[in-house]
Design a protein around this ligand. Sequence first.
Ligand code: ALA
Length: 387
Amino acid sequence: MNDSLIYLDNAATSWPKPPAVGQAVLRFMEEAGANPGRSAHRLSVEAARRIYSAREAAAEIFNADPLQVAFTQNATLALNLALYGLLRAGDHVITSSIEHNSVMRPLRRMEKDGVEVSIIPCSPWGEFDPDDVRNALQPNTRMIVLTRSSNVTGTVLPIRRIGEIARRAGVLLLTDEAQTAGTFPIDMKADLIDLLAFTGHKGLYGPPGTGGLVVGERVNLKELQPLIQGGTGSRSEYEEQPVFMPDCLESGTPNGAGLAGLEAGIRWVLEKGIPTIRQHEMQLCSQLMDGISAIEGVTMVGTREVLLRTAVVSFTIDGLQPSEVGQRLDEEYGILCRVGLHCAPAAHRTWGSFPAGTVRFSIGVFNTSAQIESALAAIRQIAKRNH
Ligand code: ALA
């Protein structure tokens, strides 16, 4: 690891990972590298056992049951499985104006195929009124799909209140937890979530290529059309896809080594405790926001209220393109962040930062207060040089 780097791109993927994650990947390859659930020999059984153990860990962190967890390669695939799996022409779906393209692009495509889409606006200050969702309900509304937290500004949406609205209306609630799994308390049952999409490589500190869709009991599996069909190692005598979880959504050889790493990441997060992780990240986030708001010529976007956000801070510097700022931060200061539109043009329109985008710092558990001070000093210098 390069200690001189300051990594502030944890919303894209977390780095570094706890050492246990890489060790678990290697152990899987060396000790259980066979194909799980396919063969009956000891290595295959061991691979299946380790993947089930990862399923238990994922279920624990979201308060679900292990067999409700279908692993995918990322949150995008999980969201696509839920959206394409359940929405049909003539259905209506409600979403927000701060979604990532992993939600917006499938919905825009499905609109062309006859799915009706309502987009509930979030204010530039992060206010999102659950009553607007309630008022948008129609007799043909099938689903509400919402990110829990904007990947651009960290703004958190009131998922539990929307869950209550969805339950009362008999509508499914799908949440995008790409930014919140591992960084924010999530309880599938208490939050009244029916489908929960997560990625493994951000706040859960697993390897890239891991994630999943948690499918709650209100989802009728007979209505959930699998996007991908194929070998599952189960019911091999049938040429039709099984209709039970997780096999209905998990075709083909899984990423066993990655999932072993994901389990290690989740167990590490569980042991540290999400409240402890969140407190650390939000302390640094406050330090960053206080510092940035005191710099002349620098404008932050989104809400400043720490209770209503995750540790993602977006800003612009007068007279400079975000890409120029990002390049200077990297080349001159060794500070790594993400600039531009963050695959979320709708969100940037909401925050008023479209089309140029922003410079985004996203904090992880391994960042320190001293690193935030260095990042602030760098922004001060860049902003000053530009005046
Ligand atoms: N969606 C990820 C991000 O916000 C990749 O950077």
